[in-house]
Ligand binder design. Structure first.
Ligand code: NDP
Ligand code: GUA
Length: 491
């Protein structure tokens, strides 16, 4: 049983479950194995969930397969109505879901609530879109030929989600999948299974038929991934996480030409031109860099500042960052929570030390271990160059490195000099430049004069090694349907 403090804060304690959700049943592992969920702020165990094995993952896939066709046979309006009920339940439980999220992942409570509502917005959006999975009629190539285009659900979807957005990343996969008539088996990150299980509770309450949504928990992510990829019943994998694991899934899915959506790592450039509103650029940089303590795939990883405003921008950003409050996500006013684990802290330290050894200087931050082992103070680095590790690798932590540049041409070349292409940001007031740079950045998403681009209404996704497919918007359903054309001969 859970005895942690956070559990006593819940208005509805039944949202906190320590069982997996398979075929409409809340199950333990057949061999009784469990694994611990740890609060990254305190290092304390907060729950233990089943450590499922391959047989149980296959049971979930079979259940999803059994449930899928009857679910797809419902009218779009009926599916929309179930999703709308699910959305209403998520919103009604947002405070509790945020508490669970902060406890397992560490982000500040207010940010956790924002994430829960952001995820819910995908459910609402796709409840609306469910009724708009329109086909087409194309003029025939002969007088008797009539060409109808219909969109059919791909079938069972295997979804693998990361720890950094444990609620929203699952919501934005399950919402389009269920809206178009797919069923889904979700595997949340082992570090953050509780938010996904809580969504399972609400899906059940919303009356989603058994097996339409399953949540399997396991420490053997490689087993779950390969089971999804090799099962003939799973027709599509939707993954958010590291580029490395994305590659593994692509290789494993190759034999069956598995349909894939991959939302992978980024190395986002954030550019401040001489003509920018510097105060707005500072605010944009704080959001783009320090949201979720820098643990977001769209976080600014490389901040390029034109030489004429470098001093002003670095001073203003350093001042602003020095005011950010670091602490336990449950503490009032906390803006930066802990990093997810010791490896995350190690990576930030490594990037920092490498940059310092090559000549960079810290203007603010640079310290770890306060108020706990997994905390890292928000840091600004000046004198950064492209030889440093942080220019090539995603830091995934609260480290803001400031590069200097002189010309637009030079910065576009620097910004695009990466195998990643997820998000890019820039600040400028020159309209012609805005169009040029927005077109020239090799990324799937561009924020102009803003550091926040995430919304359920826009197509989220990357190019190059940042992945394939889009989540959200009217395009988001495309990844979950097959296009079929019917050629009808009526003379
Ligand atoms: N695009 C993004 O949003 C994210 C990017 N990242 C990047 O990746 C780095 C490492 O983070 P990490 O959490 O290790 O990311 P991973 O890619 O390892 O984890 C993401 C998800 O994939 C699962 N997974 C791990 N290995 C496999 C496998 N062989 N087959 C199938 N699924 C697998 C994980 O399970 P489990 O947790 O149980 O191991 C988790 O559910 C970060 O520092 C960051 O740079 C990380 C998270 C999100
Ligand atoms: O880091 C991620 O994988 C998700 C990005 C969150 C968002 O802004 O949608």
């Amino acid at each position: 049983m859970i005895k942690s403090d956070f559990a006593s804060k819940l208005k509805d304690p039944t949202l906190l479950v320590e069982k997996a959700f398979v075929a409409g049943q809340w199950i333990t592992a057949r061999n009784g194995a469990t694994f611990d969920v740890i609060d990254p702020a305190t290092g304390q165990k907060i729950a233990a969930v089943p450590d499922l094995e391959v047989e149980e993952v296959n049971s979930a896939i079979t259940a999803a397969h059994r449930a899928q066709k009857p679910w797809a046979k419902l009218t779009a309006k009926d599916r929309a109505s179930s999703l709308r009920t699910f959305y209403d339940l998520i919103v009604a439980s947002a405070d509790d879901l945020a508490i669970i999220l902060t406890a397992e992942m560490g982000k500040p409570l207010q940010e956790a609530k924002t994430e829960v509502l952001y995820g819910a917005a995908y459910v609402e959006w796709f409840a609306e879109q469910a009724k708009r999975i329109d086909g087409d009629v194309i003029p025939g190539y002969q007088l008797d030929k009539h060409i109808f285009v219909v969109k059919r659900p791909v079938g069972v979807v295997g979804a693998i989600t990361p720890w950094n957005f444990p609620s929203a990343m699952l919501a934005r996969k399950l919402a389009p999948a269920l809206a178009v008539g797919c069923s889904l088996v979700a595997k949340p990150a082992a570090q953050t299974p509780l938010s996904a299980l809580a969504l399972g509770v609400l899906a059940e309450r919303a009356g989603l038929p058994s097996g339409v949504l399953n949540v399997v928990t396991s420490t053997d992510a490689a087993m779950v991934g390969s089971t999804f990829c090799t099962s003939e019943l799973v027709r599509k994998i939707s993954f958010t996480g590291s580029t490395n694991v994305g590659r593994i899934l692509m290789r494993q899915g190759a034999d069956q030409i598995k349909k894939l959506s991959l939302e992978l790592g980024g190395n986002a450039p954030f550019i401040v031109f001489d003509d920018a509103d510097i105060d707005a650029a500072v605010e944009g940089a704080v959001v783009a860099k320090f949201r979720n303590a820098g643990q977001t795939c769209v976080c600014a990883n490389r901040i390029y500042v034109q030489s004429g405003v470098y001093k002003e921008f670095s001073e203003k950003l350093s001042r602003r960052v020095s005011g950010l409050k670091v602490g336990n996500g449950f503490a009032k006013g906390t803006e930066i929570g802990p990093l997810i684990d010791g490896n995350a802290v190690k990576k930030v330290k490594e990037h920092l030390e490498n940059a310092l050894s090559l000549g960079a200087c810290v203007t603010v931050g640079g310290k770890s271990g306060e108020p706990g082992e997994q905390f890292f103070s928000p840091t600004v680095l000046v004198g950064v160059t492209s030889e440093m590790k942080l220019a090539r690798e995603e830091t995934f932590g609260p480290l803001a490195p400031l590069f200097s540049f002189d010309t637009e041409e030079e910065v576009i070349q620097m910004a695009n000099d990466t195998e990643f292409g997820l998000a890019g940001y820039f600040f400028s007031r020159d309209l012609a430049r805005i169009f040029r740079v927005a077109e020239d950045l090799e990324t799937g998403m561009v924020g102009v004069n803003t550091g926040l681009i995430s919304t359920e209404m826009a197509p989220f996704g990357g190019i190059k090694q940042s992945g394939m497919g889009r989540e959200g918007s009217k395009y988001g359903a495309d990844d979950y349907v097959n296009i079929k054309y019917v050629c009808l001969s009526v003379a």
